[in-house]
Design a protein around this ligand. Sequence first.
Ligand code: FES
Length: 65
Amino acid sequence: MAIVKIQPLDNAPYLVNGEIELLDGEGKKIVTTTETHLCRCGLSTNQPFCTGAHDGKFENKVRVK
Ligand code: FES
């Protein structure tokens, strides 16, 4: 099984790399893909995907401590 990488980009969405099956809240498949950007700011109008709405409105940088 390949490793799926999920990276919270600085002030931006989660970058997901690796083969995934993305499901909705009821467990129904939205898409199968190998790369996607998932919203983590809550401002996207096309959840769970990033639409760029975060630009200039969301600040968060995740760092290992
Ligand atoms: S992270 Fe891009 S719209 Fe939310």
